[in-house]
Design a binder for this molecule. Structure first.
Ligand code: SF4
Length: 241
């Protein structure tokens, strides 16, 4: 079988061996992050979309596991925000029924977590990785280029509400870009917010973009000092989950 929606990745840093699922034909997201590895967002919308039927994806998952063996995780790819796939909950339910011992993980920018359907579907995932690059609006606008209707204050409140009600593993990932979100003020504001959000794990990833160089070794040391007393696990310089 030729796989159109899944890719098997062996021995990764965060997920061991996992199947990565791609849900969209073109990248669909409410953000257009300057660091997005999938390039510019072609379909930047605030609605859920139907692209492929669940069975089409599930068939590939089942075939791969049957042929190559069990995986540790099934994880959604970064090519868009997986929660915008309208059958996200149904697909997870079917995967869970077919493979009850495989964990499901997803990244999301959490901008739609105020919707009851998305809130409930995300709550059933084993590991949610919230992408959060800055809690300061100016930086958020520059880095994430969200749809106009997305308000950072509201997003941060919704995320706290989700976290309070979520029983799975909860990580936060910040992509740190030199001269964008590396100011003392930005780091201290992020730390204060995370103390309320209390993730199980906070991963800081370093990226270079067309407009930003990689941060220096000295800066990494500064980050270690800034988070040394954080009441949650922190991974500085982690691979992007
Ligand atoms: S939220 Fe994720 S998928 Fe969307 S543009 Fe940003 S990095 Fe890409």
């Amino acid at each position: 079988m030729e796989y159109k929606h899944i890719k098997r990745i062996e021995d990764s840093e965060h997920f061991g061996t996992y199947l990565q699922i791609d849900l969209f034909k073109i990248k669909t997201c409410t953000f257009n992050c300057i660091h997005c590895r999938a390039g510019p967002t072609k379909n930047q919308i605030p609605q859920r979309v139907f692209i492929y039927p669940v069975n089409k994806i599930l068939k590939e998952v089942n075939d791969n596991i049957e042929r190559f063996g069990k995986v540790d995780y099934i994880k959604y790819s970064h090519r868009g925000d997986p929660t915008l796939y309208v059958l996200f909950g149904k697909l997870n339910k079917e995967i869970r029924a077919a493979h009850p011992d495989i964990k499901i993980a997803t990244c999301t920018n959490c901008s739609m977590v105020d919707r009851e359907d998305i809130f409930n579907e995300l709550s059933k995932v084993d590991l949610v990785i919230a992408g959060l690059d800055s809690v300061l609006n100016e930086e958020f606008q520059k880095i994430n280029q969200p749809l106009e209707k997305i308000n950072l204050e509201v997003l941060l409140q919704n995320l706290l509400h989700f976290r309070e009600n979520y029983n799975g593993r909860f990580w936060v990932n910040t992509v740190l870009l030199k001269d964008f979100n590396d100011s003392d003020q930005s780091i201290s504001a992020m730390k204060s917010y995370l103390q309320k959000l209390h993730p199980d794990n906070y991963l800081i990833t370093f990226e270079a973009t067309d407009t930003s160089e990689l941060i220096s070794q000295d800066f990494k040391i500064k980050l270690v000092k800034a988070f040394v007393d954080a009441p949650f696990d922190v991974q500085i310089g982690a691979d992007r989950p």
